[in-house]
Each structure stands twice: as C-alpha cells, then as structure tokens.
Write a protein that binds this ligand. Structure first.
Ligand SMILES: O=P(O)(O)OC[C@H]1O[C@H](OP(=O)(O)OP(=O)(O)O)[C@H](O)[C@@H]1O
Ligand SMILES: Nc1ncnc2[nH]cnc12
Length: 175
C-alpha cells in the first residue's frame, strides 16, 4: 500500500472514458519514491542484468534510478526523432492514439541481458514494441517491469503470450 495508495486517478483524462493513473503523487512523496525504486531494485539485484532500458518519458523517471541502484547503465527508448545518432524504430498503438519509438543502434550489444522498465502497462503496445527493438538488436529481455499494471486492458497477457516475463508493483482493476 506504500505505493498504490500514493497513485492518483484522474477520470476522463486525456480522453472521455480513460482513467488516468497519475504517478506524480507517488513521485513527489519521498516515502513513495524510495519504496518504488527499492522494491524494483530488490527484485533484480541478484539477477544477472547488463542494462536497464526505459521508455520515454515516465519510464525514464523510474528506470534511471533503478539502473543507478543496480550499478548498471541506462538506455533510453525515445519517441520518434529525439535520438541524435543512428536509430532503429517501431510504430505501435496506444490506449489513446499511436506513436513510434526508437533506440540507438549501438545501445544494445548482442547477448545483453536487458531489464525493460516503464511506469505503466495498459495495452502493452509500447512495451511490446520496445521489447521487439531490444530483441532485434540481439538483446535478451530478462523481464518487463512496471509500477502499474492495468490487467483489464490486457497488456500483461499480450506480453506473456510472446514469451516475455512481466512484473508490476501494483495493479488497478477497470483500466
Ligand atoms: O501499454 P500501452 O497501451 O502501450 O500504454 C502504456 C504507455 O503509455 C504511457 O506513455 P505515453 O505514451 O502516454 O507517454 P509519456 O510517458 O511521455 O506520458 C505509459 O507511460 C506507457 O509508456
Ligand atoms: N490509463 C492510463 N493512465 C496513465 N497512463 C496511461 N498510459 C496508457 N494508459 C494510461
């Protein structure tokens, strides 16, 4: 409850019918922020991981301190047109809209064991695209880690059906 109770829900944002799970209330709370990073770090510190990859933008907020605590480097997976060097990209559908994410081609080495981090999984489209990019570059996605799972939207199942492991600190029923 240290974590879930600190997440705020905004109804009908950014569109009618969406229950927006807002982590800013978790992040601004020192107990909540520390618990979030520590719970994730504790889960992965004994696993052999080479890199942490985070998805723009909320995945950067969670992924970077996790990488720091694990003593690892951080790889940003960014929205289109933001990375300066040579990239590889994928289009994907969101719960509301569509987008494209990109990664630097030199960010992942063949055989790298990568922890993929984001704040939330809804449809799983974003994480699926990010995991596919890592795998295309020869990386192994050890697990996809989220603060929030929205199980009714189906993203966890979608990733698991592709053989990916999924972990979330908390979930919210009803999307
Ligand atoms: O499971 P999905 O249906 O793909 O949705 C989850 C994604 O949507 C949100 O990001 P958003 O694209 O809104 O960007 P932001 O982090 O910059 O707000 C969230 O942070 C995840 O990355
Ligand atoms: N319901 C939701 N709340 C917060 N971020 C999201 N990203 C996709 N769906 C979301």
């Amino acid at each position: 409850m240290q974590i879930k109770s600190r997440i705020r829900t905004i109804a009908h944002y950014p569109h009618e019918g969406i229950m927006f799970r807002d982590i800013t209330t978790l992040l601004k709370d020192p107990v909540g922020l520390r618990a979030t990073i520590q719970e994730i770090t504790n889960r992965y510190k004994k696993l052999e991981i080479d890199k942490v990859a985070g998805i723009e933008s909320r995945g950067f907020i969670i992924g970077t301190p996790v990488a720091y605590e694990l003593g690892l480097g951080f790889v940003p997976i960014r929205k289109k047109g933001k990375l300066p060097a040579e990239t590889r990209g994928r289009d994907y559908q969101l719960e509301y809209g569509s987008d494209r994410i990109e990664i630097h081609v030199d960010a992942i080495q063949k055989g790298d064991r990568v922890l993929l981090v984001d704040d939330l999984i809804a449809t799983g489209g974003t994480a699926e695209a990010a995991a596919a990019l890592i795998q295309e570059m020869g990386g192994e996605v050890v697990e996809c880690c989220f603060v929030i799972d929205l199980p009714d939207v189906g993203g966890r199942l979608r990733l698991e059906n592709q053989g990916l492991k999924v972990f979330a600190l908390c979930d919210f029923e009803g999307g």
